[in-house]
Design a protein around this ligand. Sequence first.
Ligand SMILES: [Zn+2]
Ligand SMILES: [Zn+2]
Length: 298
Amino acid sequence: MKITFLGTSDAIPTASRNHTAVLLNWENENILIDCGEGTQRQFRKAKINPCNITRLLITHWHGDHVLGIPGLLQTLTFSGYNKTLKIYGPRGTRKYMKELTDAFIFTGKLKIEIKEIDKGKFVDEKDFYLEAERMTHGCPTLAYSFVKKGKLRIDKKKLKQYKLAVGVHLQKLKQGKDVVYEGKKYLAKNLTYIVDEEKISFVFDTSFNNLISKFVKGARIFVCESQFGSDMERKAKEHKHMTSVQSAKIAKEAKVGRLYLTHISQRYEKNFDKLLKEARKIFKNSHIARDLEVVEVK
Ligand SMILES: [Zn+2]
Ligand SMILES: [Zn+2]
């Protein structure tokens, strides 16, 4: 799995930070999370063909997360994009997408499929799934997780406990299917557990809330907004954003692997070490994401 940070600024981009966008690559999937203004040029700088995109996940409809969509769509049509672009977002996404593409002369054809989501699992493929959780940001806002599915293992202790003998029926259990043995039904969920599941979570604009920690629990990588330093906690609350200390507290509680702070305010342009130091005091494996930074998860 690979993450490319295409933009890491807050609502006002700077010379070194573009509006929010992150690309997650895993095998043939290239999932773009948010698409702030100028994202398509960031693709060029990162030397990634935007036609590779398979899905676009929109966290919410504030401009700094979506202003790049029309330009990106136009480029895809000019570049012969021949897949169906699957777009997911919160309530209102269908309306906003229509208004966006009605606002200029949109030439060419592009196959787009839009799905408005609420929370929970919304894509379930053979090897991975995507899930969402509602955030608190003053407008419908979602956080997303990409989860690479793990393998099912049979819990041998439980086998003994349930007095289920070894036999061919165990193959079925390994595939997650319930089995009937000597007239009795055994549920796969009671006799198996999952290993090697890997999660990457993206929490962009939101105020601190109790849902985040549960949603990102155990993520290998946790990408989280951190617009402010701890000295501006009140302002963060007022504007429904978070501080680096709050993000680090969540990372610690959720026992994630690594924390990447993003959506950084321009006021920390020359001093983002402040945010980093504050975060590292609470959660050691904290990092400040930079534009075009690539993170490989092996
Ligand atoms: Zn934002
Ligand atoms: Zn926002």
